[in-house]
Design a binder for this molecule. Structure first.
Ligand SMILES: *Cc1c(COP(=O)(O)O)cnc(C)c1O
Length: 464
């Protein structure tokens, strides 16, 4: 054994404790740390010929890279939809690495049973019936990709061909309909060989991001009975708007289509009795995407793909090899997802659900929603700002009351970023340059919201 590696092995316990000190320092600083640090990119260093050992690597990390990390796990980072990581989720993720199980299939480990158990809990939490089976993937992009891959196989089934065997050309032209699709849906269509052009954007309700069911019906009617794919959205990026899933699903009585629902963050509305109505009808989907590294607050690299058609999923993702065996009635995960060897992503989710339960996660979701409402009120107390949509769930989308040009919005965002009090991102809504922020972190308090509002108001007041 390499002598440095051998020494690290002998001191593994002490070195883990040293790593813990780094972790502790980071966690303890999160509430006060700047939301974003000035990004510094250290000069490249040569690949170490002889290593420095773990202690040396920890030093180098602390010196070179850690100072440039953002506080995206902290309470005032509102960019994109950025979840934090609950204490139990961090512990679960840590143990995932320590135990390093391969959740591909039957490697004589309880890992796969744990994943099945966890996806069943998540289905229950989201109000999906037990006919849905779930598998963990890396994120919502991958979950959308897997859902649409199953949809592609379903289109083949309707036409009497197997896309998995014959290839996508056997399908001919495919139509995918959606009101306000997330960009990852286009990416998924590109990866699947269906093409970005297969997506037809359906008009939305007036001044909304939710699809207009009448317009959707007209699009389906125009297909003359040809089966299609509908991507419904439960939580849009700008305004966290929801398609009327019940109305969309009802159209299947008249038209043949696969219903995929992108509920990346919006699915978690289901945990709150006050907001659960937003996902009424989710249960009628054929496939559902949810992200866990957003509103479940587990570390990155975690989403789930649910479907009612595990048979079609197996047809797409089956990995034929004598040593892997036949998928059978309860296929191993390597026959259900793009990966073969897989990290046990379910463990972090299992930890946080076990530690905090439905009530704990409901409290996070409802506190984040209250934070968004409070921020909306504080910002619009200034006549210089206005909301571009009523606060949707946990998202605030606002702009300058006067002259909201892209340059002026950029200036506000720059000065907010310089204050390091919070991090917000630009967008366009109703063709107006705007700013959006989404609350999705378990640490955020009312005091944080007040600091965020003060920083934004200051930045707006500083505009000449
Ligand atoms: C974030 C998001 C995605 C993509 O998720 P990743 O985890 O970043 O791959 C897809 N759809 C919606 C609605 C999202 O909010």
């Amino acid at each position: 054994m390499d002598p440095i590696l051998s020494q690290d092995r002998a001191e593994f316990t002490a070195l883990l404790a040293a790593t813990l000190r780094h972790a502790t320092e980071y966690v303890e600083g999160l509430d006060t740390a700047p939301a974003v640090a000035p990004v510094t990119t250290p000069e490249p260093e040569p690949l170490p010929e002889r290593g420095y050992g773990l202690a040396g690597a920890l030093d180098a990390f602390a010196r070179r890279w850690a100072p440039g990390f953002s506080a995206s796990a902290g309470p005032r980072y509102l960019g994109f939809v950025t979840g934090g990581a609950t204490p139990a989720a961090v512990a679960g993720d840590w143990l995932t690495s320590v135990c390093d199980q391969n959740a591909a299939g039957d490697g004589r480990s309880s890992a796969n049973a744990l994943e099945r158990h966890t996806t069943a809990w998540l289905a229950e939490l989201l109000g999906l019936d037990p006919a849905f089976s779930g598998s963990f993937v890396t994120g919502a992009t991958m979950s959308n990709m897997v859902g649409l891959a199953i949809a592609r196989e379903w289109l083949g089934e309707r036409m009497g061909v197997s896309v998995a065997e014959a290839g996508v050309a056997a399908l001919g032209a495919v139509t995918v309909l959606s009101g306000t699709p997330h960009s990852s849906v286009y990416k998924a269509l590109s990866m699947l060989g269906l093409g970005r052009d297969s997506l037809r954007v359906v008009p939305t309700l007036r001044d909304r991001e939710a699809v207009d069911p009448t317009a959707l019906r007209a699009e389906l009617e125009s297909l003359g009975g040809r089966p299609a794919v509908v991507v419904a959205n439960a939580g849009t990026v700008n305004t966290a708007d929801f398609d009327d899933l019940t109305a969309v699903a009802a159209l299947r009585r008249e038209y043949p289509f696969w219903l995929h629902v992108d509920a990346a963050f919006g699915g978690f509305a289901a945990v709150s009795p006050t907001y659960a109505h937003l996902v009424n009808g989710l249960d009628q989907a054929d496939s559902v995407c949810v992200d866990l590294h957003k509103w479940l607050n587990v570390p990155y690299d975690s989403a789930v793909q649910f479907t009612r058609r595990r048979d079609l999923q197996t047809r797409v993702f089956q990995n034929h090899a004598a040593y892997l065996g036949d998928p059978g009635d309860s296929p191993d995960f390597l026959h259900l997802t793009p990966e073969n060897s897989r990290r046990l992503r379910a463990l972090a989710a299992w930890f946080t659900l076990t530690a905090y339960g439905r009530q704990g996660h409901r409290e996070i979701v409802e506190r984040n929603i209250s934070a968004a409402h409070r921020l909306g009120e504080l910002l619009t107390a200034s006549p210089r700002m206005r909301l571009l949509a009523p606060v949707g769930l946990h998202t605030v989308c606002f702009t300058l009351a006067e002259n909201p040009t892209e340059a002026r919005i950029a200036a506000v965002l720059r000065s907010v970023a310089e204050s390091a009090e919070t991090f917000l991102t630009p967008t366009h809504h109703l063709e107006i340059p705007a700013i959006r922020g989404a609350f999705s972190n378990w640490r955020t308090t009312t005091a944080d919201v007040d600091r965020i509002a003060a920083a934004v108001r200051q930045a707006v007041d500083d505009l000449s």
